[in-house]
Design a protein around this ligand. Sequence first.
Ligand SMILES: *Cc1c(COP(=O)(O)O)cnc(C)c1O
Length: 665
Amino acid sequence: MTYEDFTAQIDHFSTQYHQEIDPHTFFGFPLRPVLDIEQELLLPARRNIAYFSMEFGIAPSIYNSFRLSGPMDIHNQFFAHDVFSNYWLCDYLFKVRIDKMLDIPIYGGGLGVLAGDAMKSSADLGYPVVGIGILWNKGYFKQNFWYKHGQVPEELTWNPNAYPGLIPLKNIVTVETKEGPLALRLWKYYVYSYDKTKACPIILLDSNVGQNSEHFKRLTDQLYRSDDVWWKIFQRAILGIGGMKALDALNYRIDYFHLNEGHAAFALVEKYLRLNDKSKMEEERKKFAYTCHTPVAAGHDRFQVQDLRRVLKGDYVQAAEILGKEKSDSSQINLTYMCLSNCAKVNAVAQKHGEITRLQFPAFASKVDAITNGVHLHTWLSESFQQLFDRYPHVFADWRRDPEQLANIVQLKGDESFRRDIFEAHQVNKRHMLSVINHWKLKEDVLTIGWARRIAGYKRPALIFHDVKEILKLASTLGPLQIIMSGKAHPNDNIGSAHIDEILDRIDQLNEHKSIIKVLILENYDTYFGKLLTNSVDVWLNNPLPPFEASGTSGMKAILNGVVQLSTLDGWVMEAEKDDIGWIFGYRHTGAEIGSEKDLKLEEDSSALYNTLKDVIGLYYATYAKGTLNPQSAWIDKMIHCVQRAAFFNTNRMMKQYHEKMWQG
Ligand SMILES: *Cc1c(COP(=O)(O)O)cnc(C)c1O
């Protein structure tokens, strides 16, 4: 595609974007990869993929940040974070201030971060993949903690019209609905490869356009808005139906459609409706791939047909009934079922999750493959570890291009200077993190435990505080502790919010004991904090109730940076159980019954956690105390094993498997 053709698509190009885009540059990056991928997507020659996802966590605050020629809009910068800790005075006096851009706020948690990482690895590998998502005008939400009130959600505002790298297109597509035509503006964002030689576009759909009614304009304001099924159905129709129309409007030639979670299922409905001869659907199914992400029942969307009728026109409802009814006499459609039965290729996100998915949906068992999730190496690897690998080129060779090289780290296990180097690289990360929260006066030589992820019941965020007396006893007898937490609960998730109340309450109970245990919970967990915490704490705590964590990815970010795991046996961790990457504790799931996600087993698993913590604390202080390191410690073996296993848990490997297994036939 030529520069002129490209810029002709951009709305307000001559008045606004000409300063950021010239024949050679795109917001400070080379323009060539953008023109190349645009050209490629117009041609039928290769395997072109459309990857649909409700959310994309692209994380430009920590990786491949675009530049603006002028100053950054204040709304696109980061706000200060409050902290809730057992060191009240500090919480009252200080905030965590970080001078950085707001991550493009179109994600809620791990699902979105995975989608962002998948796009980045596609660019690294040179796969012609176009993402399809939604421009959430108000993001997910902003989180405030109020003591005795828990989490108080607030609306987030940002400015898409001045966000670096985000461009509005002139194209508007229309979805016919029961309430009249719904117009959707298309935006583009480009994800570049780590070496900036390749790029992949993401198309973002936006209902906030002039010709729409006021309530239509708000359809794309908040991710996972769920006050009413009406919103939910509209948002899914925008992604699936609007997404298919967007691909046509841009004349992209797509060979495979990949639905990341069932939210995008209406793409199948759109495809079906377009067929004159419905018997051709069998052929079309071969072009659809589906990634199923959750074993939790609430994660599967089901809608009453009568509710669909409030949103969609008759032919759409009819097609949805044909494709998505579990039983012909049922009054509801199930989007998970629709994807399972109409996509030729289906994958679960870890081996264990594959097993569980086959149990949950026996009719599709033979179709369900498992491709374990990963994380994007270049986004999540800290600078100090990059430098560490570069200091041993004979071992890590071309690790930037080929993450599998990290497995060679075992060759250095007997090298004492390397053992010192890896520990020091970790301490660099730890000191950096402690400097961000310096007012709270955490110490570099105190064992620091991290827990940060979406707050959901099955993830058991308050497990470590189940018995405050017990954790205090450990800290007073074996050595001091620092615990850093972060996470958002969905605003309508009462159980999640109750967990936050509980954590705040427990932290409060520790207020008298801050000389031996300090606990901080940081507001507004995002990818910036995700990177900061996963690469800097000494131990990453992961305590979901098995088997409800489909995969989990934050622990993968941690092991990449040599951070050892303290985990229950679930999700990806099952595939590293034998590799000595830390400690495994608690309930083990076996057998053909999935069990109940409400039966949290807090009593048994918290005592298993406290028991295991004795070993963790013991080994930590035998490894590193008062600034002196024992380089022979088994702790350092574990750190090395972590990096060794991280060679597998990355999205380069995952995308190669998608390419081999999902985009075929
Ligand atoms: C990695 C990440 C997650 C996913 O964490 P899990 O361990 O899979 O729950 C969620 N949110 C953010 C901001 C992340 O960076």
